[in-house]
Design a protein around this ligand. Structure first.
Ligand code: ADP
Length: 279
C-alpha cells in the first residue's frame, strides 16, 4: 500500500463542537515534488556545459595561445554549445508532446519509410562512433521487400520517427565497436505489430530498467555524455508511445545486450487500404 498524505484542519463549529476537514493531498504533493526535481535536474544539466564553456572563455582571454591551440579550444567550446542545444531541443520536444492533442486515426505512417530512415541514422551514427577502429558494428535491418508489405501505423510520422530513431541510436551508442544491432518488424496473429531493436551492447541491470524512461535518468552518466546523450531520449520515446497506445517492453542482460520492443495496436495493410483493381 502507498502512504497517503492528508492535510487536516480543525474548525470551531456551533455549540463548542469541532469540524475536522481532511483532504488527500498525495497526488498534489507528488506532482509538486516531480516539478521541483525536474527544475533541479534541468538546471544541473545546463550548469555543467556552461561551467566548462566559461572556463574555456577565460582561458582564451588570459593565456597566450597559438592558432592551433585556439582552434582546439574553440572546437571544445562548440561541443559544449551543441550539448546545450540538444538538451534544449529535447526539452522543447517533450513540452510540445505534452501540450499537443492526441493523434487520431486520420494520419497513417508507412512502416517502410520509418524503418528506412532508422537504418540511415544507425549507419551514419555507427560510422561516426567507430571511425577510429577496425571493427565497425554489424547492422541488420529487414529486407526492403518485406517492408513493402508491412503496411502503415496510425500516428504522426515525425513523432513516431523520433521515438524509433531514439531506440536505434541508443542501441548503437551503447554497443561497443564490433557488436551487432538487429532491427525486426513482425506482425502478430492478433493484428498488432512489433518493432524490435536488439543489441549486443553493455546491457542494463534489472534495477535500472524500470527507471530508464524517466527524464535525465542514466545508468552511466559519462558514457551517455560521451556519445552525445541528453538523458531525455527514452522519456520522449515513452511519451510518444503512450500517445499512440503503443507499449514498450525492455529485456536486458548486463554485458550481453538489450532488446527494446514496441507493440503497435493499430496497423493498416496497404493492400486493404488500396484494393487492387480487377483486371
Ligand atoms: P541518454 O541520452 O543518456 O542515452 P536515454 O533516455 O536515451 O538517455 O537513456 C537513458 C539511459 O538508459 C541511458 O543513459 C543508458 O544508461 C540506458 N540505455 C538506453 N538504451 C540503452 C541500450 N540500448 N543499452 C544499454 N543501456 C541503454
Amino acid at each position: 500500500a502507498h502512504p497517503v498524505r492528508l492535510s487536516v484542519q480543525l474548525f470551531p463549529y456551533d455549540g463548542g463542537r469541532m469540524l475536522l476537514l481532511a483532504r488527500d493531498v498525495t497526488a498534489l504533493e507528488q506532482a509538486d515534488a516531480m516539478r521541483r526535481d525536474f527544475v533541479a535536474n534541468v538546471s544541473h544539466e545546463m550548469r555543467t556545459p556552461l561551467t566548462v564553456l566559461s572556463g574555456f572563455i577565460e582561458t582564451l582571454q588570459t593565456l597566450p595561445l597559438d592558432a592551433q591551440e585556439r582552434s582546439r579550444y574553440l572546437g571544445m567550446m562548440g561541443q559544449q554549445a551543441a550539448r546545450m542545444q540538444h538538451i534544449v531541443e529535447d526539452l522543447l520536444t517533450l513540452s510540445r508532446l505534452e501540450g499537443s492533442p492526441l493523434p487520431g486515426l486520420d494520419e497513417w505512417t508507412p512502416v517502410q519509410s520509418l524503418v528506412r530512415r532508422c537504418e540511415q541514422e544507425a549507419r551514419a551514427l555507427s560510422s561516426l562512433l567507430t571511425q577510429d577502429v577496425q571493427r565497425p558494428h554489424v547492422l541488420q535491418f529487414p529486407a526492403p521487400e518485406t517492408l513493402q508489405e508491412a503496411g502503415e501505423i496510425a500516428g504522426a510520422a515525425t513523432e513516431l520517427q523520433s521515438a524509433l530513431s531514439n531506440l536505434i541510436t541508443n542501441a548503437v551508442r551503447y554497443t561497443p565497436a564490433g557488436g551487432s544491432i538487429t532491427v525486426e518488424w513482425r506482425r502478430e496473429a492478433d493484428g498488432t505489430a512489433v518493432f524490435s531493436v536488439h543489441d549486443t551492447g553493455v546491457g542494463i541491470a534489472p534495477e535500472h530498467i524500470p527507471r530508464i524512461t524517466e527524464r535525465f535518468y542514466r545508468v552511466d552518466r559519462s558514457r551517455s555524455r560521451e556519445t552525445g546523450g541528453t538523458g531525455l531520449g527514452l522519456a520522449i520515446v515513452k511519451h510518444v508511445l503512450q500517445r499512440h497506445g503503443a507499449a514498450l517492453h525492455i529485456t536486458s542482460t548486463v554485458g550481453k545486450g538489450s532488446t527494446f520492443s514496441v507493440t503497435f495496436p493499430a496497423i493498416r495493410l496497404r493492400a486493404a487500404a488500396q484494393p487492387a483493381l480487377a483486371p
